[in-house]
Design a protein around this ligand. Structure first.
Ligand code: B12
Length: 216
């Protein structure tokens, strides 16, 4: 079966919350040479996106969204073990990451965390619904290079702007770079609030994080 067919089955199995098919097809895709990150970004994530679209149209209900999210989280965790860390002892940079307060969506944030970690960044995860003051505290504690925040709702993305202000008030904004992401975020949003970078997905987040480090 072609890679594209396997990815399509993975996408559909997330939508249908068909655990057995999802797990088996992910195994086949890896055996066929697809990278774990391709499985996540071209299979699981678009599947979850479709779940969101169906939820928005009233064709799926919250319990099904929760089950699909649970299945995706489980598979992403199992894939984490299959991603080989970059063969380097050099630390690429220190990142504080979290989903902003008021927001419990953490699947995307977790993928970004995993990918930054396997690419040599030291990542400190504040989890979800994380108080903005914790981003500042941890940035100071670990002498962070990058503070990365995730927001999945239009009502919580303002917190990313508030974080900019808090970092300034704490006197550390000029010492750290900020990176924002999450479905409602855009480059326009990042520019508007004065964040240093925006990334649409986890692979791009790694590229942007590297660029931020190079510019420091
Ligand atoms: C799964 C999901 C849930 C799950 C979350 C489980 C979990 N552990 O995360 C559950 C069921 C719990 C949930 C709850 C709710 N949800 Co919800 N949810 C979704 C859904 C369907 C998918 C989100 C997701 O995981 N996508 C897959 C991941 C891989 O994509 P991602 O998060 O975008 O991440 C990628 C990029 O954005 C980027 N990225 C992400 N973070 C970061 C951070 C940085 C720094 C960078 C650089 C990049 C980056 O990289 C990631 C990987 O590629 C979305 C629909 C959608 N289209 O987004 C709705 C959605 C976000 N939810 C929504 C809502 C309304 C809710 C609830 C309020 C529902 C309710 N009525 O109770 C609650 C929120 C409670 C709260 N206070 O937070 C709305 C938000 C609407 C809005 N515009 O504000 C959406 C858009 C659905 C909709 N269309 O109505 N939800």
């Amino acid at each position: 079966m072609s890679n594209e067919n396997l990815l399509e089955i993975i996408r559909e199995s997330i939508v249908k919350v068909d655990r057995e098919t999802a797990v088996q097809t992910v195994e086949s895709a890896l055996a066929q040479g697809l990278q774990a990150i391709e499985v996540i970004e071209k299979g699981l994530s678009p599947g979850m996106q479709k779940v969101g679209d169906l939820f928005e149209r009233g064709e799926l209900f919250l319990p099904q969204v929760m089950m699909a999210a649970g299945l995706m989280t489980q598979i992403v965790q199992s894939l984490q073990d299959k991603m080989s860390p970059e063969q380097t002892t050099k630390k690429n940079g220190v990142v504080i990451i979290g989903t902003v307060e008021g927001d419990v969506h953490d699947i995307g944030k977790n993928i970004v965390k995993i990918l930054l970690s396997v690419n040599g960044f030291e990542v400190h995860d504040l989890g979800r619904d994380a108080l903005l003051s914790r981003f500042v505290e941890k940035a100071k504690e670990f002498n962070a290079n990058i503070v990365a925040s995730s927001a999945l709702m239009t009502g919580t993305m303002q917190a990313q702007g508030d974080l900019e202000t808090l970092l300034k008030e704490a006197g550390i904004r000029d010492r750290v770079k900020t990176m924002v992401g999450g479905a409602p975020c855009t480059q326009y949003w990042a520019d508007k609030i004065g964040a240093n970078a925006y990334a649409e997905n986890a692979s791009e987040a790694v590229t942007k994080a590297r660029e931020l480090m190079a510019a420091q």
